[in-house]
Every structure is written in C-alpha cells, then in structure tokens.
Design a protein around this ligand. Structure first.
Ligand code: ATP
Length: 272
C-alpha cells in the first residue's frame, strides 16, 4: 500500500528547473533509496515533501500525496503535526537537529511536550528505553550538551528523537555521510531494526551503494532532477538499463567488490 506518492513533481528556482516531473511511490514498510550525483535534486525533493523548501524554490506543478491526501491541503498547524508524528527527517548534519546550549534531556523533554501528551515521568521512561535500545548510555548522554557527544552518538541521539515520536515515514538525507564507516553501519542497522519493528517507511538519500545494497527494497536513480530509472533493488543492481545507471555503478567499484566478497563468503560457508 502506498503511503507517500510524488506525482509529476516539478520544482524550479528563478533560473532553472531543479526537479522535473518526478514520480515516486513509497510503499508502507518499505525502504526506498534515491541515488544520484551531487546537485541532482535529491535534497530539494526531500525538502519539498515536508513543505520545507527555501523561499527561492517553488513547486511549479505536480502533487505530493500523503496517504492519498494532497499535502498542499494541510494548513500550517496540520503540517507542524505531520512533521514529527508522521514524517520525520534525519539529516547529514546531525548537529543541526540540536540546540547547542541545551542539554540533550531538556531538548528531548521539550520535543515530547510539544508532540505528545505524556507525563514527565512517562517521557523520562520513554527516553531511557529508547536511548538504551540505540546502545546509548542513557543517563550520561541525557545529561550532556550536544558538543560533548561524538558524531556517532549524536546521530544516534537524533534517531532516538525520531523513534520516540514513532513516525510512519522517515526521510533520511545522507544520514551517515559525516560518520566513520563503523558508526555509519551501526546507525543504519539500528534504523533498519526500528523500521522492521515499527513498520515505518524510509526514504533514504545516499551516494553510498553499499548501504543501498544492504538495506533497501527499491531504488530511484536521479539525474539532473529527473528520475531516469526506478525499480526493485535486485533488478536495478543486477541489470541496470540506463547508461547513466551503469556509469554510476561502474564509478563505485566497491559495490561489485562487496558483492563478490559476500558471494565468496557464502560459498565458503557452504564448503565448510
Ligand atoms: N535554495 C536554493 N536556491 C536555488 N537553487 C538551489 C537551492 N538549493 C539547491 N539549489 C539547487 O538545486 C539543485 C539540486 O540541489 P540538491 O541539494 O537537491 O542536490 P543533491 O542531489 O541533494 O546534492 P548533494 O548530493 O550534493 O546533497 C542544485 O543545482 C542546487 O544548486
């Protein structure tokens, strides 16, 4: 069942078309990745979904449908509620998710107060449980300022904030770019676990095909603001049709190296 649909979405600035006639369906409980070069329109598309486009960009035509309802029919108050409860963002720049001069606990309390009817005690229990689920030492992390946490801890705290509100859609815009590869894998596997447990859908924006291979169900390839290829992961990875997709994949040999290594490991397991 489709939870979010982009139907011919076209976005332009004063000078040019940035996103052109994009069609995309995000299915309930699915992980869909958008892959494309820098400047191809991934983040602009993501921002448009939450009605967070900068003033210099406008939706020229097309629709964004949330469970069949045109997002432009929601008033500002409804949008505030949707952002957080139903659609949450995880950004590459995780520091921007936090106010620098407030302790994590206070920020978490404020967020839960704004979006839920939980008592102070219930909020605290939720915080402790969620942080523990993400392997964050809750009591000590909650008492710290953002600058006192490592990048990986802070990104996990950002994911904890998202998890506490239990959204039906998470838009993760290159959430691991600023992390080392081990922290990145940890963050993504926790996100996958959350997705499986809660059945939410993930729209994942990335340059990294290793993550796409491991976590995604379906893929859109975007070039110059246009989706040029779309489909299930296995079809796109095993037999890309478009020349640009082939070029994109060949520019990232690690995908094939990883595939070869995994195949070899599987064969070795069978032999042993
Ligand atoms: N506020 C803005 N005003 C005008 N043009 C913008 C604005 N923000 C982005 N653009 C332009 O829109 C195009 C797409 O940008 P976008 O950030 O979506 O690319 P991207 O695919 O997410 O790239 P990256 O992978 O580097 O984040 C670029 O040409 C960019 O210059």
């Amino acid at each position: 069942m489709t939870i979010l649909e982009l139907n011919g979405l076209t976005i332009e600035s004063n000078e040019k078309v940035i996103v052109n006639n994009v069609h995309l369906q995000l299915e309930r409980g699915q992980w869909h990745s958008i892959i494309g070069e820098s400047g191809s329109g991934k983040s602009v598309t993501a921002a448009a979904i939450g009605r967070m486009l900068p003033q210099s960009l406008k939706i020229k035509s097309g629709k964004i449908l949330l469970e069949g309802r045109d997002m432009k029919d929601f008033c500002a108050e409804e949008m505030r509620c949707i952002r957080g409860h139903r659609i949450s963002y995880i950004f590459q720049d995780y520091t921007s998710s936090f106010a620098p001069f407030l302790k994590i606990e206070k920020q978490c309390e404020d967020m839960l107060k704004a979006h839920t009817k939980l008592t102070k005690r219930e909020s605290k229990t939720l915080m402790l449980n969620t942080f523990q689920e993400l392997n964050l030492p809750a009591e000590s992390v909650l008492k710290k300022y953002p600058c006192q946490l490592s990048g990986g801890q802070l990104q996990r705290a950002a994911i904890a904030f998202v998890m506490m509100l239990g959204p039906s859609i998470i838009i993760a815009d290159e959430p691991t770019t600023a992390l080392d590869s081990i922290s990145a894998m940890t963050v993504l596997s926790l996100l996958k676990k959350f997705q499986q447990e809660c059945g939410c859908s993930i729209l994942f924006i990335t340059h990294d095909l290793r993550h796409v291979k491991r976590y995604t169900n379906s893929i859109s390839i975007i070039k110059n603001g246009e989706i040029i290829e779309q489909g299930y992961k296995s079809r796109i990875l095993d037999s890309p049709q478009h020349e640009y997709t082939k070029h994109l994949f060949s520019a990232i040999p690690s995908l094939y190296e990883t595939r070869e290594r995994l195949l070899l490991e599987e064969r070795m397991k069978l032999v042993n």
